[in-house]
Design a binder for this molecule. Structure first.
Ligand SMILES: *[C@@H]1O[C@H](CO)[C@@H](O)[C@H](O)[C@H]1NC(C)=O
Ligand SMILES: *[C@@H]1O[C@H](CO)[C@@H](O)[C@H](O)[C@H]1NC(C)=O
Ligand SMILES: *[C@@H]1O[C@H](CO)[C@@H](O)[C@H](O)[C@H]1NC(C)=O
Ligand SMILES: *[C@@H]1O[C@H](CO)[C@@H](O)[C@H](O)[C@H]1NC(C)=O
Ligand SMILES: *[C@@H]1O[C@H](CO)[C@@H](O)[C@H](O)[C@H]1NC(C)=O
Ligand SMILES: *[C@@H]1O[C@H](CO)[C@@H](O)[C@H](O)[C@H]1NC(C)=O
Ligand SMILES: *[C@@H]1O[C@H](CO)[C@@H](O)[C@H](O)[C@H]1NC(C)=O
Ligand SMILES: *[C@@H]1O[C@H](CO)[C@@H](O)[C@H](O)[C@H]1NC(C)=O
Ligand SMILES: *[C@@H]1O[C@H](CO)[C@@H](O)[C@H](O)[C@H]1NC(C)=O
Length: 668
C-alpha cells in the first residue's frame, strides 16, 4: 500500500501516466514516471520486495529499488539492457557477481549503498561502461587487486565510505578515468607508497575518519591532477614533503582534526598551487620560520584550535596571496605582543581571527603591513592595552573585541572616540579593569579627562641588555631592569632568538625605590660557545601585561689557531715554491703572508704568489733568488690575530732557500 505517500507524488504519477509515454502497465506495487530528457523511471522504493517486479514496461532507463529486501542484483528481463541507472540502496545484497550485472550493458550508475557486500573480487564486474559506483556503507574488507579492471576505462566516481578496509593493496586503484574517490570512515591506518598510482585523472580524494597514522613517502604519488585532498579526523602527526610528493596541482588540503605537531621545512615544495589549507584542531605548538615556505598562492589558512605559542620570525611573510588567517583558540601572546611585525608580508590579508588567545597588549607594530585588513577578531583575549596607531593603517570594517581587562589610563583615551567614529560600538565590548575608579566601566561611558596617567602599573623596561662580543670560553652577563608603580609581582623570562630559555642561570632582584617596584634580572651565560650566539631579550610581566626588551646580539669569537703551518724548504730558482698555512677560528680567519716582517715583498709585488681556491696551499711561481728569506703566515679574525716572530722553526714561519740549478730538497 501507499501508506504515507505524499499526495503530490501520486498526482505527478497520474499526470505522467496520462502523458505520451506509451508503456505497458506499470508493475505493481511500483510507480512509473517520466523524468527529464526522456528518462523513464521505475520507482519501487520501500516495497519490501525481494525480487524485481515482473514485466517492467519498455523504455525504462532508471530504476530505484531502495529500502527493499533484495539479496542479489535484480533482473528486469529485456529492459535490463536499456537501464542506465540502478539504485539498490538499503537492501541485503551480500555479493557482487559478474553474471548478475552482465545484462546491464548500458548501466552507468550503480548505487549499492547500505548493503552487506564484504569483498570485491576479480570477476565481480563484467566488461561494462559504469561511470558512477557507490559502495558506501557495506562490509567490504577485501579489495582484490584487479577487481575494478573491467570498469577501469569508464569509472568516474567511486565511493567506498563506511566499509571495513584496513589496507589498500597496491595497484587496486588502476582507474585512469576516475575523478572522485571517497574512502571515508574505514580503518586504514597506513597508506603505502604508490597506492594511488594509475589514477592520472583523479581530482578529489576523501579519506576522512580512518585513523590514518602514517602516510608513507610517495603515498599519493601519481595523482598528477588532484586538486582536493581531504584527510580530516585521522591521526597524522606531521606534514612533510614525503607524503606530499608530487601533488603539484593540489589546491585544497584539509588535515583538520589530526595530531599534527610538526610541519617540516620544505614540506610544500611540490604544492605551489595550494589555495586552501586547513590545519585546525591539531597539536601544533610552534611554527618554525620555514613552516609555510613556498605557499605564495595560498588564500586561506586555518590554524585554529591548536596550542600554538611560538611563531617563528617571518613565518607568514611569504603568504602574499593570503586573504583569511584563522588562529583562534591557541596560546599566542608573546609572538604578537613583542613589537615585531609578525604578520608583515601578507599584503592581501582581509580577515584575521585571533579570538581566544592570550594576547594582553596590542603594540604599534602588531598589525604592520596588513594594508587590506577589513575583519579583525580579537575577542576572548583579555586585552589590556591597544596602541592608538596599531589599527590606523588598516581598512577595518568588522572589529570584534571583547575585554573587561582594559588598563584605562591616558594611553587608552583614544579608544572610545575611535570606536564611535568607526561605528564599532556594537561589535566591541571594552570594559576597564584599572584604575580602580574605572573598574567595570565601559570606555564609551568615560569622559576624556577621566583617562589619566597617575601611575604606570605595567612594567617598563628601563635598562636593556646590551649587544656584546665575547671570546669563546668566557662568561657573559646580560642585564635587564624594569619598574612599575604597582605592587603586582613581576616575573621575568629570557628569550634567545624568540625561544624561552628555560634552563638558563638567572638571578632576579626586587627592590622598592620611591614607591616604585624595581626589578632586575641578570642572565649568566657561562663558558660561552658558538651555539650561544644569538639575540637575547628579557620579558618582564606582571598582572597588567608584559614588556619586551630590545634584542641584544651576542657574538662569540675564538682566536685563530693554526691547523697547518709552512715548513722550511729549499728549491731551485725558476720552479714553484709551495707553502702551507691554515687556521681555524670564529669567525673564519683570513690568512696573510709576510716576508722578513714586511708585506711588500717581490713575490707579492710581482703577483707570483697564488693560492688555490678552497685550499690551504700557497704557491710562489718562478722562484727567484730575491725570494729567499723568512716567510710568516698570519691568521686574523675579529677576535684577534695569530702572528709569529720572524724566526725560523716556529709555527707560522718558513725559511725559503732558493738554490740555482740543483735538484730541490724541499717537499717536492
Ligand atoms: C531499448 O531502447 C531502444 C532505443 O531507445 C528501444 O528501441 C528498445 O525498445 C528498448 N528496449 C527495451 C526492452 O526497453
Ligand atoms: C571482465 O569481464 C569479462 C566478461 O565480460 C570476464 O570474462 C573477465 O573475467 C572479467 N575480468 C575481470 C578481471 O574481472
Ligand atoms: C552514492 O554516490 C552517488 C554518486 O556520487 C550519489 O549520487 C548517491 O546519492 C550516493 N548514494 C547515497 C545513498 O548517498
Ligand atoms: C592516535 O595515535 C596515538 C599515538 O600514536 C594513540 O594514542 C591514539 O589512540 C590514536 N588515536 C586514534 C583516534 O587512532
Ligand atoms: C562580544 O561582546 C558583545 C557585546 O557584549 C557581544 O554582542 C558579542 O556577542 C561578544 N562576542 C563574542 C565573540 O564573545
Ligand atoms: C615597554 O616599556 C616602554 C618604556 O620603557 C614603553 O615605551 C613601551 O610602550 C612598553 N611596551 C609595551 C608593549 O607596553
Ligand atoms: C665563569 O664562571 C664560572 C662560575 O662562576 C667560574 O668558575 C669560571 O672561572 C668563570 N670563567 C671565566 C673565564 O671567568
Ligand atoms: C664549542 O663547540 C664546538 C662545536 O661547535 C665544540 O667542538 C667545542 O668543544 C666547544 N667548546 C667548548 C669550550 O665547549
Ligand atoms: C717574539 O719575540 C719577542 C722577542 O724575542 C718575544 O718577547 C715574544 O714573546 C715573541 N712572540 C711570539 C708570539 O713568539
Amino acid at each position: 500500500m501507499a501508506e504515507g505517500w505524499p499526495i503530490p507524488s501520486a498526482l505527478v504519477f497520474m499526470l505522467l501516466s496520462l502523458s505520451a509515454w506509451a508503456l505497458g502497465s506499470c508493475p505493481a506495487p511500483c510507480s512509473c514516471s517520466k523524468g527529464q530528457d526522456e528518462v523513464h523511471v521505475l520507482d519501487c522504493n520501500r516495497k519490501k520486495l525481494s525480487t524485481a517486479p515482473l514485466d517492467p514496461p519498455d523504455g525504462i532507463t532508471q530504476v530505484t529499488m531502495n529500502h527493499n529486501e533484495l539479496t542479489v542484483v535484480p533482473f528486469f528481463g529485456d529492459a535490463s539492457s536499456n537501464i542506465t541507472s540502478l539504485s539498490l540502496v538499503h537492501n541485503r545484497i551480500s555479493e557482487l557477481l559478474m553474471h548478475q550485472l552482465q545484462p546491464y550493458v548500458s548501466l552507468e550508475t550503480l548505487d549499492l549503498t547500505s548493503n552487506s557486500i564484504s569483498e570485491l573480487k576479480v570477476g565481480s564486474f563484467p566488461s561494462m561502461q559504469l561511470k558512477y559506483l557507490n559502495l558506501s556503507n557495506n562490509k567490504i574488507s577485501v579489495l582484490e587487486p584487479g577487481c575494478f579492471e573491467n570498469i577501469s576505462s569508464s569509472l568516474l566516481v567511486l565511493k567506498l565510505n563506511r566499509n571495513r578496509l584496513v589496507a589498500l593493496p597496491s595497484k587496486v586503484f588502476k582507474l585512469p578515468q576516475l575523478q572522485f574517490l571517497e574512502i571515508k570512515r574505514n580503518k586504514i591506518k597506513i597508506v603505502d607508497s604508490l597506492t594511488f598510482k594509475g589514477m592520472d585523472s583523479l581530482k578529489s580524494l576523501k579519506m576522512q575518519r580512518n585513523g590514518i597514522t602514517k602516510l608513507m613517502d610517495g603515498a599519493f604519488f601519481g595523482l598528477e591532477n588532484i586538486e582536493e585532498l581531504e584527510l580530516e579526523h585521522n591521526n597524522l602527526t606531521e606534514v612533510n614533503k614525503g607524503w606530499l610528493y608530487g601533488l603539484c596541482m593540489l589546491r585544497v588540503l584539509r588535515v583538520s582534526q589530526n595530531a599534527v605537531g610538526i610541519i617540516r621545512p620544505d614540506a610544500w615544495e611540490f604544492c605551489e598551487k595550494l589555495q586552501e589549507l586547513d590545519l585546525s584542531f591539531n597539536h601544533l605548538t610552534r611554527l618554525e620560520e620555514t613552516a609555510f615556505v613556498g605557499l605564495g598562492l595560498l588564500e586561506s589558512l586555518n590554524l585554529g584550535e591548536n596550542s600554538l605559542s611560538h611563531l617563528g620570525e617571518g613565518v607568514f611573510s611569504g603568504l602574499a596571496s593570503l586573504r583569511t588567517l584563522d588562529i583562534r583558540n591557541n596560546e599566542i601572546s608573546w609572538a604578537i605582543e613583542d613589537s615585531i611585525g609578525v604578520f608583515e608580508g601578507m599584503k592581501k590579508l582581509n580577515t584575521l581571527i585571533l579570538q581566544q588567545n592570550k594576547i594582553k597588549s596590542i603594540t604599534k607594530k602588531a598589525f604592520e603591513g596588513l594594508e587590506e585588513l577589513e575583519h579583525l577578531d580579537l575577542s576572548k583575549n583579555g586585552i589590556m592595552s591597544i596602541h592608538p596607531e596599531a589599527l590606523s593603517h588598516t581598512k577595518l570594517k568588522v572589529f570584534v573585541l571583547n575585554t573587561s581587562s582594559l588598563l584605562c589610563d591616558c594611553h587608552m583615551q583614544w579608544l572610545g572616540p575611535w570606536l564611535t567614529d568607526s561605528q564599532f560600538q556594537q561589535s566591541v565590548s571594552a570594559i576597564c579593569a584599572h584604575p580602580a575608579s574605572h573598574l567595570g566601566r565601559n570606555v564609551l561611558s568615560i569622559s576624556p579627562e577621566e583617562f589619566v596617567c597617575d601611575d604606570f602599573p605595567k612594567p617598563r623596561i628601563t635598562t636593556h641588555p646590551e649587544t656584546s662580543v665575547a671570546l669563546r670560553g668566557n662568561n657573559v652577563t646580560l642585564n635587564c631592569i624594569a619598574s612599575s608603580s604597582s605592587d603586582s609581582p613581576m616575573t621575568t623570562a629570557w628569550r634567545k632568538d624568540g625561544e624561552v630559555l628555560y634552563d638558563a642561570e638567572v638571578q632576579n632582584y626586587a627592590r622598592y625605590q620611591e614607591g616604585e617596584l624595581i626589578y632586575t634580572t641578570v642572565l649568566h651565560l657561562l663558558n660561552v660557545n658558538f651555539t650561544d650566539e644569538g639575540r637575547y631579550q628579557c620579558v618582564v610581566s606582571n598582572h597588567f601585561g608584559a614588556n619586551y626588551s630590545n634584542r641584544a646580539k651576542l657574538t662569540v669569537n675564538a682566536l685563530p689557531s693554526f691547523l697547518k703551518t709552512p715548513m722550511d724548504l729549499t728549491i731551485r730558482t725558476g720552479t714553484m715554491a709551495r707553502l702551507e698555512c691554515a687556521a681555524e677560528g670564529h669567525p673564519s680567519p683570513q690568512i696573510a703572508w709576510q716576508k722578513d716582517g714586511g708585506t711588500d715583498f717581490p713575490a707579492a709585488r710581482e703577483r707570483r704568489m697564488h693560492v688555490m681556491p678552497d685550499d690551504d696551499i700557497f704557491f710562489i711561481a718562478n722562484v727567484k733568488t730575491e725570494d729567499m728569506g723568512v716567510y710568516s703566515c698570519t691568521a686574523q679574525n675579529a677576535a684577534g690575530s695569530l702572528s709569529a716572530n720572524a724566526t725560523s722553526h716556529r709555527p707560522g714561519n718558513s725559511i725559503l732557500h732558493a738554490t740555482a740549478g740543483r735538484p730541490n730538497s724541499g717537499p717536492w
